[in-house]
Design a protein around this ligand. Structure first.
Ligand code: AMP
Ligand code: GLY
Length: 429
């Protein structure tokens, strides 16, 4: 069958890489894709935010299965849009509808959902500009640090961890009154700070049944030892040593099952991935956030560990038959190191020629922000440029291979973190 992936990052290249290996995949398309997806699929020069163009491409290329990579089109209702088109009635789509995507699109919605279904999370209250005074008074009595979250999508920038009440009050004012994140901060969730270690668990669901995918740890900050501003993610590791069987059982019982029950009771028909950002607080899992999609760069370590055919799994999810599907996960450790453009996450230059790519060995090279010029050369085209994933029998082995490859890639201004996975190696000791 013909398959379309929407998106253009490392996550979408990893999906394309895995799907291209499936015997069920005939023609594979990615919209808009990058230089890496072009190696395994046909890129379509359309924006995933142009729903009409996506619908036309599905018809033109006889697509039978669509995978929506990023959150923006999901939160904006691409699934509802496509499902409402009679000519697309038989197309299977992996991704939640607009209501399901509210798990990510509204922190207030997801907090209420967790409260209603008894899912462990930080205690919180939501404020609007009308309740600003109450919010400021609430901050006076709140423990420190305190966490403030813009309700809507804010490109990963909507969370502020305030160490003092004064900083928290300024942040609340900036978000509600000054509309710092536009409409996304017309509501603000104020929540308790959770102390622990973070990790993410991923679920593929057909709305009733589910498969728990390999868990992963992401490295969000730009600087080594988790310093400096947040990024989209500078690297990832799977499995995560401190997520032992006992902990993952708790995640399934206390979080995954009640989440699925809640979706059913709310009559949200959810087909797709649920990315559960968790804090391990002294061995107990708490939800920090839900995302309605896979993570990037987590996908670049999760998919390489799935040995089963991904297309079979995705079709089973779309057909509500996930219960019957084979699901085999490799015991190997996957580590990805993300190479970024100098300056990222602030301003950076694009269009730098990437050298030595073809000489990189022992890793899978996932492209994120790349493009090609008229001579077929690969150029940087974004903040995050490449994700280099290594698989090995040990964490140390995978870290070494990924880092060696990261050192070998050359482009002007290149930067990467040299400490991906090192905290987990120390955790083992
Ligand atoms: P989010 O955008 O919800 O992923 O939040 C960004 C980051 O802020 C998370 O990855 C955590 O590191 C941190 N964070 C969010 N909520 C909390 C919390 N309640 N306690 C501690 N850290 C948090
Ligand atoms: N790496 C975090 C995310 O995809 O949201």
């Amino acid at each position: 069958m013909n398959i379309l992936i929407l998106g253009s990052g490392g996550r979408e290249h990893a999906f394309a890489w895995k799907i291209a290996q499936s015997p069920h995949c005939d023609e594979l398309y990615v919209a808009p894709g990058n230089a890496g997806t072009a190696q395994v699929a046909t890129n379509l020069p359309i924006s995933y935010n142009d729903f009409e163009a996506v619908a036309k491409a599905i018809v033109a290329h006889k697509i039978k299965l669509v995978i929506v990579g990023p959150e923006e089109p999901l939160v904006n209702g691409i699934v509802n849009f496509l499902k409402a088109r009679p000519e697309l009635a038989r197309v299977k789509i992996v991704g939640p509808d607009q209501l399901g995507a509210q798990l990510e699109g509204s922190k207030d919605f997801s907090k209420n959902f967790m409260l209603k279904y008894g899912i462990p999370t930080a205690s919180s209250r939501t404020f609007t500009v009308e309740s600003l005074e109450e919010g400021l008074a609430y901050l006076d009595t709140h423990s420190l640090p305190v966490v403030l979250k813009a309700d809507g999508l804010a490109a990963g920038k909507g969370v502020i961890i305030a160490e003092t009440t004064a900083v928290a009050k300024t942040a609340l004012n900036d978000m509600l009154v000054e509309a710092k994140f536009g409409a996304a901060s017309s509501k603000v969730v104020i929540e308790q700070f959770l102390r622990g270690i973070e990790l993410s668990v991923f679920v593929l669901t057909d709305g009733l049944n589910y498969k728990i995918l390999p868990e992963a740890k992401d490295y969000k900050r730009i600087g080594e030892r988790d310093t400096g501003p947040n990024t989209g993610g500078m690297g990832a590791v799977s499995p995560v040593v401190f997520a032992d069987e006992n902990f993952l059982k708790k995640v399934e019982q206390k979080i995954v099952k009640p989440t699925l029950r809640g979706l059913q009771e709310e009559k949200i028909h959810y087909v797709g991935f649920i990315f559960i950002g968790l804090m391990n607080v002294k061995g107990e899992p708490y939800v920090i956030e839900y995302n309605a999609r896979m993570g990037d760069p987590e996908t670049e370590v999760v998919l390489p560990r799935i040995q089963s055919d991904l297309v079979t799994l995705l079709l089973a999810a779309a057909d509500q038959k996930l219960i019957d599907s084979d699901f085999v996960i490799s015991n190997q450790t996957a580590v990805t190191t993300v190479i970024v453009s100098g300056g990222y996450p602030d301003d950076y230059e694009k269009g730098k020629k990437i050298a030595e790519l073809e000489r990189i060995e022992d890793v899978t090279v996932f492209h994120a922000g790349t493009t090609t010029n008229g001579d077929g050369e690969v150029l940087t085209n974004g903040g995050r440029v490449l994700a280099l994933t290594a698989l090995a029998n040990s964490l140390e082995g995978a870290v070494n291979k990924s880092q060696k490859a990261a050192a070998a890639v050359q482009f002007e201004g290149k930067y990467y973190r040299k400490d991906i996975g090192l905290d987990l190696i120390r955790y083992n000791d």
